[in-house]
Design a protein around this ligand. Structure first.
Ligand SMILES: [Zn+2]
Ligand SMILES: [Zn+2]
Length: 176
């Protein structure tokens, strides 16, 4: 079963295997149960430049920024590579976010805001879209919807990133 957005805070994933060379793909999407805690760790990484200067600067230049750290699947159309990465799209809030996740230990210095869930953010206009680039060919990667990926897998349209063979044997995973 694939979890629907908002139903539960559990991530889902897909594995598939190449019929020709045996290469196994494991892709994940969504957020886990520990997202609020994860959010704080990711903000600390962001403000210390761990996701690049562009993101770091945008965060510093705006008063109230929410970041979507939801895991998403990205595909390079150039070399056919699939990866799972945190989304990193940023949103500017007109007021500080509600601090409604009390109880989580906060590693954040004063002035940094606590967790805002991705579905709250996605209702806002986007402030800075993060372009994920393929580390091999440097081309922008496209976001892949898990449902579409599964359909294409069922139709034999997903090709092995290593040898171009047909990927099959899909299985679904839940993670938290
Ligand atoms: Zn293969
Ligand atoms: Zn590529």
């Amino acid at each position: 079963m694939i979890c629907q957005k908002g139903e539960t805070t559990m991530g889902s994933g897909i594995t598939a295997k190449c019929e020709k060379c045996g290469f196994k793909l494991s892709l994940y999407s969504g957020i886990g149960m520990l997202y609020p805690q994860h959010y704080e760790e990711m903000i600390l990484k962001l403000v210390s430049g761990g996701f690049g200067r562009g993101v770091e600067r945008f965060y510093a230049e705006h008063d109230h920024v929410g970041v979507n750290f939801e895991e998403k699947i990205y595909h390079c159309e150039e070399c056919n590579r699939y990866v799972t990465k945190p989304c990193l799209d940023m949103y500017v809030l007109d007021k500080p976010p509600r601090r409604n996740y009390a109880g989580w230990s906060s590693a954040l210095p004063n002035g940094y805001y606590k967790c805002i869930m991705p579905d709250e953010l996605e209702e806002l206009p986007i402030g800075r879209k993060y372009i994920h680039r393929c580390y091999k060919c440097k081309k922008p990667m496209q976001e892949v919807n898990e449902r579409e990926f599964l359909e294409q897998l069922d139709n034999g349209k997903i090709k092995c990133p290593k040898c171009g063979g047909k990927m099959s044997e899909p299985s679904l995973i839940l993670w938290d």
